[in-house]
Design a protein around this ligand. Sequence first.
Ligand code: FES
Length: 91
Amino acid sequence: MANIIVEVCSGTHCVMLGAMNIIDSVHSLDEIRHDMDQCCEVEVRAVPCMGLCKGGAQGPFVRVDGLLIKGGESDSVMAAIMDRCAQSQDT
Ligand code: FES
């Protein structure tokens, strides 16, 4: 079973732009895991400022198995998780 690591920036900039909502959404993933045929374990980590907010880029910043998502929203992060899970089934 694939283990997908979701790192959500929990620095001030990203929290003010909704990082905690993303963490809550990923935690609620348990409710839809049956749609994923239990194929993936998802581990969400709140990480310190990734340093990406300094250049004026738009947070919140999230990494899904290393894939950076800028301006992350719950929907885009969930879609990335589902894509990653589907890719892991193909390998
Ligand atoms: S607070 Fe998220 S990158 Fe700095």
